[in-house]
Design a protein around this ligand. Structure first.
Ligand code: AGP
Length: 595
């Protein structure tokens, strides 16, 4: 995923572009670039490295500019592959993938075009140059007709001054409407310091931005960003990830606000498909990475509370499987960004089979929310750190409410529903208690920070939490960690257990507590160290585990909300102890909009 931005208006463009790129750096951070037009003069700068090192220089004055922060897909990390890509004074920034760029490049090379980069994006600049007859938007429209793939682009040229041409297909694009100009960007975080009024482009739409106005292929409503600009600042925290973990209890409150009744839930996004949901005989839950682990928790919730058959799948797998799909089924896509390409490809497959498609999404107006037939927002506010934390908590909270919605349609007892809802109202306070142990968790993380391999084990609702805890540790500290079910340990993984491979055992007082205790004993018998996540007051576990992190007692189906929090903090403090780049881990990006 990359971040694109553009500005045209009455203000100097450079500072707006740089500020926007800094806000969007989480989208991609291996290189960046900016192009500013000032009459016939062009300022072009492209650099490998972080935008935070950028400083202005002479010649960057001007009122029209485009910029880009890159996560390399086609073409390695280098200055020549950074955007804006240019040919014959046509400058392009692009987020997406051009699947037929090689054929186009060959065709253009035969026509005498010389390419200067290894990127797919550069092909767009060459195609525009080929089609240009004096009007930039006409040339861009003709050029895009040759493209197969996805794009969110902004184009400028001194050959047709005074405008930015913007086009969207599959990759997100919003327009920020300010008092003195217009900002085009990949997401609202780049415009929030200047305006809350935005327009979201749909697929195949083209916008032409000028200093005094903009035109789009059809009338669009102006939306208002529903979060504050400080939501995209770290505030008092050293890293976005820590800020977002500390927001997790608030996220639960935000997700349930206005949605809990005495013995049921009220989910506006499920009103339309209500009757189809009542009859659905199978729920597919689909996500990637952390979204998949939330889906896996959802699988247990749908079975136990929703009283419906459910299967969780990785979007990148089920999209290629020959699953038997029919209109009596429902697919729920679980995604923070709503832009994950593997999920969106699977969404297309589900819709072709007339499966009811719903979304559990955080980013308002994202592709997933526009392509599904209904759904529920997680309302977490922007999640900037690449490692997803608060969004995971929001996803589980929403999936629990969807399970309640389904269960009450299918005979879930009123008393059971009331019990869950009552506890759901209290769980954020219990989450605050968990987070108040941060210093204790930090000490434990530091104590184990020299280990290079970990197992995370859990059962039932906490098996996905074991996988989530392992992923968090892997992706920000680069040590190997694996999440397995407690029951699987003896079927092979136990061979790896010794004094050099600690195990984090999620072992709250629940229906599988005794089985988890046995797993801890199995590990200890092989000299493995054990860090247990246990229910406050459990003295027995203190006798066998090397370290214990306590969480308050709660209903079994709600334990994932509490057991995930210490694992997020453990991963954070572990990576901090190793001095890793926590918010922007190597090789990764916040949203994987490529397959
Ligand atoms: C999670 O910490 C990772 N950053 C990654 O696995 C992420 O969850 C996955 O790419 C899905 O992203 P999404 O929720 O935006 O769809």
């Amino acid at each position: 995923m990359c971040g694109i931005i553009g500005y045209i208006g009455k203000k100097q463009a450079y500072p707006i572009i740089i500020n926007g790129l800094k806000k969007m750096e989480y989208r991609g951070y291996d290189s960046y670039g900016i192009c500013v037009l000032n009459g016939d003069d062009v300022f072009l700068k492209r650099k490998v490295g972080r935008i935070s090192e950028e400083s202005s220089e002479n010649g960057c004055e001007g009122f029209i500019s485009i910029g880009h922060s890159r996560w390399a897909t086609t073409g390695g990390v280098s200055e020549k592959n950074a955007h804006p890509q240019e040919y014959n004074q046509f400058y392009v920034v692009h987020n997406g993938i051009i699947e037929n760029y090689k054929e186009l490049k060959e065709e253009l090379t035969l026509k005498g075009h010389i390419f200067s980069s290894d990127t797919d994006t550069e092909v767009i600049a060459h195609l525009i140059s080929e089609e240009f007859k004096g009007n930039l938007e006409d040339a861009t429209k003709k050029a895009l007709k040759r493209i197969i793939g996805s794009y969110g682009i902004a184009v400028i040229s001194p050959k047709d001054k005074g405008k930015i041409v913007v086009a969207k297909l599959s990759s997100p694009i919003i327009l920020g409407i300010t008092d003195d100009g217009y900002i085009v960007a990949s997401d609202p975080s780049a415009v929030i310091n200047y305006t809350k009024q935005i327009v979201t482009l749909d697929d195949n739409e083209i916008a032409i931005l000028k200093e005094d106005g903009y035109t789009i292929s059809k009338d669009k409503k102006i939306e208002t960003i529903d979060w504050e600009s400080d939501a995209v600042d770290k505030g008092v925290y050293e890293h976005f990830m820590l800020k977002e973990i500390m927001e997790e209890p608030k996220v639960i409150e935000s997700a349930i606000q206005g949605r809990l009744l005495e013995d049921n839930v009220k989910l506006g996004g499920l009103e339309l498909p209500k009757e189809r949901l009542k009859k659905t005989d199978k729920i597919y839950l689909i996500g990637c990475g952390t979204g998949y682990y939330a889906s896996k928790v959802g699988e247990y919730l749908m079975e136990e509370i929703g009283m419906v058959d459910a299967e969780a799948h990785m979007g990148s797998e089920i999209r290629y499987r020959d699953v038997r799909l029919n209109p009596n089924q429902t697919a729920i896509f679980v995604s923070q960004s709503g832009e994950t390409a593997d999920n969106l490809a699977c969404l297309k497959k589900m819709k072709e089979a007339k499966v009811l498609s719903l979304g559990v999404t955080n980013v308002i107006g994202s592709t997933q929310t526009r392509e599904t037939e209904g759904g529920v927002y997680t309302r977490c506010g922007p999640e900037i750190a690449v490692a997803s934390t608060k969004a995971f908590i929001g996803q589980i909270t929403v999936l629990l409410m969807i399970a309640l919605f389904l269960g009450r349609q299918r005979g879930l007892e009123e008393g059971k529903a009331k019990e869950i809802i009552t506890e759901l109202k209290n769980i954020s306070k219990k989450g605050e208690i968990v987070l108040s142990e941060a210093e204790e968790i930090k000490k434990i993380a530091e104590k184990y920070s020299q280990y290079k391999n970990f197992f995370f084990i859990g059962r039932k609702f906490n098996y996905p939490i074991a996988m989530e805890g392992a992923l968090k540790l892997k992706e920000i500290s680069y040590v190997h960690a694996e999440g397995v079910t407690g029951g699987e340990l003896k079927h092979g993984p136990l061979a790896l257990i010794d004094e050099n491979c600690p195990t984090i055992a999620i072992c709250p007082k629940d229906s599988v507590y005794d089985k988890m205790l046995s797993n801890i004993e199995e590990v200890k018998a092989r000299k493995g160290k054990v860090i247990a996540i246990a229910t406050r007051g459990d003295k027995k576990i203190k006798e066998i585990a090397d370290d214990v992190i306590y969480i308050p007692e709660t209903l079994e189906c709600l334990t994932p909300l509490l057991s995930a929090m210490p694992l997020h903090l453990f991963a954070y403090f572990f990576a901090l102890a190793l001095g890793k780049d926590i918010d922007k881990p190597r090789n990764l990006a916040k949203s994987v909009t490529v397959e």
